[in-house]
Design a protein around this ligand. Structure first.
Ligand code: URA
Length: 242
């Protein structure tokens, strides 16, 4: 069961405050009866809901792809810093989405946001081996030995042995190298700590892909869009039952 004001807000009728006004104004009918109580509980799938005589198409979940900018926190709330939620428009905020996993404040690139807790849980579980691909710049040379270390499983500073990961060298240089890293876990600062274990430092990090979904090249930093039906199907397909 859902509250009437939430159902309408999620259906694009404005903020909770806006929809409370609409409801009080007697414009909402549920199964043929006018309802003026915003707290009214209903099953939005089974009930016929009309606003000013127009039937609404209810959507419970939202799925967004963002190109996260530098300097923004992957959290729903922060006392000091701007969060990825602050970037969203009100008609998306009403769904109360949260980030799927985290990117560091200075990491940019693909971040998924949703209010679908079940899918989120599955996508971040290492059990499903969901690939996350990063582009990174490293402050020193990278060679075949590093590639082997990644393949064997890097041991982090706290003794944790990472799952085997793929390191591809795009460009190697004494003072800067460019690489692509594919991991299936999401430990705190994982990519940075993997390189630290090899005595190297990540100086730029961008997530390019998550579960086979590539960052939309048309999204500038700080821009986002809803996932298409086929992108969502693809994510659902990664973790069979959801
Ligand atoms: N690994 C990191 O170190 N940072 C991120 O933001 C993501 C992966």
């Amino acid at each position: 069961m859902e509250r009437l004001d939430k159902v309408l807000a999620n259906s694009g009728y404005g903020s909770r405050k806006d929809v409370k006004k609409i409801i009080k104004g007697g414009k909402v009918e549920i199964d043929g009866k006018v309802v003026k109580d915003s707290n009214y509980q209903l099953d939005p799938i089974k009930s016929a809901i009309k606003v000013s005589g127009e039937e609404i198409i209810y959507k419970k979940y939202i799925y967004l792809m963002m190109n996260k900018p530098d300097g923004v926190i992957s959290a729903t709330f922060d006392d000091y810093d701007k969060t990825v939620i602050d970037i969203l428009e009100d008609n998306h905020k009403v769904f109360e989405p949260f980030p799927v996993g985290r990117l560091d404040k200075d990491t940019v690139g693909l971040l998924l946001l949703t209010n679908d807790g079940e899918l989120n849980h599955r996508l971040i579980s290492p059990k499903w081996h969901v690939d996350k691909i990063y582009y990174a710049k490293i402050n020193s040379n990278i060679d075949k030995d590093d590639v082997e270390e990644f393949k064997d499983g890097i041991i982090l500073d706290d003794g944790y042995k990472c799952m085997p990961a793929k390191l591809e060298i795009l460009e190697a240089g004494e003072n800067e190298s460019k690489v692509k890293v594919t991991i299936q876990e999401g430990k705190y600062h994982q990519v940075k700590r993997m390189f630290e274990s090899l005595g190297k430092k990540v100086i730029y990090l961008k997530r390019l892909s998550f579960g086979g979904l590539d960052l939309d090249k048309n999204l500038g930093e700080g821009e986002y869009r809803e996932l298409t039906a086929s992108e969502l199907e693809r994510l659902r397909g990664l973790c069979k039952i959801c």
